[in-house]
Write a protein that binds this ligand. Structure first.
Ligand SMILES: C[S@@+](CC[C@H](N)C(=O)[O-])C[C@H]1O[C@@H](n2cnc3c(N)ncnc32)[C@H](O)[C@@H]1O
Length: 260
């Protein structure tokens, strides 16, 4: 049987492959360990990508996944999927009936919350979704969409009246500027039931120092708890380490208006 003569592979070939990857920004996404057995081929070593740091993973998730490649029932969902699991655990453990989601975008998370609460609570589980613009989806019966600025008193009042007397969690995922988030927290915190959570999304921008977005939600959450002793930051909810809400799971430990 004739032997197949493979071309001898040189250091400059390897450098060329890595160079191309750097130019295309694919080096972390390619899961390769850089060994080559031909001019344009990289040998993939299973598991090489596990040597990525959590920071590199987060950069990759932000760059290649979150905005384009996470969907629920086919609808774009701008979430770290590990955080969805944490939200599900919180909803069950705190017996939430009503979730107020500020900032909806395409609506994937709203649909996921709608299904999750209906599964847990039956017909009483519902979602109040707020955004400046309505997404192009069909809302399920247990979602009320409020179109408007989350800060507008009429919007806060509608959310308040829809959630009154129900175990309520708030998720802030709208405008992420620290000053905006802090103000939003002051307006919506009274709607959160005792034992339930105010979830401040995307504090990851502060940890990652993504300058165009900072100071962001984590700064607001930390400031909020220095001024408000009704909430504590529950870091046990960051158990997966990879969260977009560092210091963003705030638990109400005493009723609104009750001082320590
Ligand atoms: C990060 S996206 C929300 C992603 C969504 N929660 C998800 O998980 O897929 C932010 C959304 O907040 C909305 N938004 C920004 N500022 C707002 C405001 N002041 N009031 C209401 N919605 C706002 C934007 O229109 C945008 O759709």
């Amino acid at each position: 049987m004739p032997t197949l003569a493979l071309p001898k592979f040189t250091f400059s070939d390897r450098a060329r492959v890595v160079g191309i990857q750097l130019l295309t920004g694919r080096i972390t996404g390619d899961f390769d360990d850089g060994q080559c057995d031909g001019p344009n081929r990289v040998v993939r070593r299973p598991g090489a990508h596990l040597e990525m740091t959590l920071r590199e993973w987060t950069e990759r998730y932000q760059r290649e996944i979150v905005f384009t490649n996470v969907r629920y029932r086919g609808v774009s969902t701008w979430k770290n999927v590990l955080d969805l699991w944490v939200l599900q655990e919180i909803s069950w453990e705190t017996d939430v009936e009503c979730v107020i989601e500020i900032g909806v975008r395409y609506g994937g998370t709203s649909l996921w919350l709608s299904d999750t609460l209906r599964n847990f609570r039956g017909p009483t589980g519902s979602v109040i979704s707020i955004d400046l613009e309505a997404p192009a989806i069909q809302w399920p019966a247990n979602v009320t969409f409020i179109c408007g600025d989350s800060m507008a008193e009429s919007v806060v009042e509608e959310a308040r009246s829809l959630s009154r007397g129900r175990r309520t969690m708030v998720i802030a995922d709208g405008d992420h500027a620290a000053a905006h988030v802090l103000q939003e927290m002051k307006q919506y915190a009274p709607l959160v039931s005792t034992g339930c959570y105010f979830v401040v999304e995307d504090g990851i921008v502060d940890v990652m120092h993504w300058k165009e977005y900072t100071p962001g939600p984590m700064v607001a959450a930390e400031q909020f708890v220095t001024e408000n002793d009704e909430f504590v930051i529950d870091r046990t909810r960051e158990k997966f380490l990879l969260t977009y809400s560092p210091r963003g799971f705030l638990k109400r430990i005493r009723p609104s208006g009750q001082t320590a």
